[in-house]
Design a protein. Structure first.
Length: 85
């Protein structure tokens, strides 16, 4: 399944990319995830888009955006590895 990435990676304070609306843990190892996992993530993306559009306070609170750092990427990979155990 194609990635929802739009090459505009900026994380809000909840670690949601404001380009594709995936959590960093959903971005890591995208190509290794099953079609079922992809479908679940796409459902979450749609929910996040609606929630974000309807919640002006969340937009203000999470306005601080940052690029994904190497440390964040590695921590996400570690969380995913631990969840598979």
């Amino acid at each position: 399944m194609d990635s929802p990435c739009v090459a505009s990676c900026k994380l809000n304070l909840d670690k949601i990319c404001m380009g594709c609306f995936r959590h960093i843990d959903e971005i890591v190892d995208w190509n290794k995830k099953s079609d079922q996992a992809h479908a679940e993530i796409f459902s979450l993306i749609e929910q996040r888009k609606i929630s974000f559009a309807n919640n002006a306070q969340a937009q203000t609170e999470n306005a601080v955006l940052s690029a994904i750092t190497q440390q964040e990427w590695q921590l996400a990979k570690q969380r995913i590895a631990k969840s598979k155990i």
